[in-house]
Design a protein. Structure first.
Length: 165
């Protein structure tokens, strides 16, 4: 019998879940690499998903805590989509995927793991990247360590100017 190791999954299962919103209180003193934050704009940030569907699975998150799209000001929505576009461009340059899944899960019933703070997912996809492991074993095969992915991507994001959160 062959074994497939996914040690990152056990960390998620066993770790105590933080109280409060995991996206709030992220400031520059927190340590971006430890938090997997790749880029900060004026009103949103990009981070690696700690429990990704595939390598390069990114989250685009507004700083303002809200679960409702209607709560975002026009400038926040524009910033969110500009930041999403930047994330897609960097993924395209670094990983050359064949396509992308981009979306939001609004509310628990829609599958949101963090339903109190809206965020967007961008998942790079390659032709033939789906396999039976998730269906049969509830396991995802990740070919690269998260911090290796982080170190590869961070070099491609521009350094923001000025004092950002």
């Amino acid at each position: 019998m062959e074994r497939l190791w996914a040690p990152w999954r056990m960390e998620y299962i066993l770790n105590e879940k933080p109280s409060g919103c995991i996206f709030c209180g992220i400031d520059s003193s927190t340590g971006d690499r430890e938090r997997l934050i790749l880029y900060r704009s004026k009103h949103s940030f990009i981070m690696l998903n700690r429990y990704p569907y595939t390598n390069g699975h990114l989250l685009i998150v507004p700083y303002r805590h809200t679960a409702d799209l209607n709560d975002l000001a026009e400038y926040e929505m524009l910033d969110l989509f500009e930041t999403l576009t930047l994330a897609r461009n960097v993924l395209h340059e670094v990983a050359s995927p064949d396509g992308y899944n981009i979306g939001m899960n609004l509310g628990k019933a829609a599958g949101a793991g963090v339903d109190e703070h809206l965020h967007m997912h961008i998942v790079p996809r390659w032709s033939g990247d789906t396999n039976y492991m998730s269906v049969l074993s509830d396991v995802r095969v990740m070919p690269e360590n998260l911090l290796t992915t982080y170190d590869t991507l961070i070099r491609r994001f521009p350094k923001p100017a000025g004092n950002l959160p």
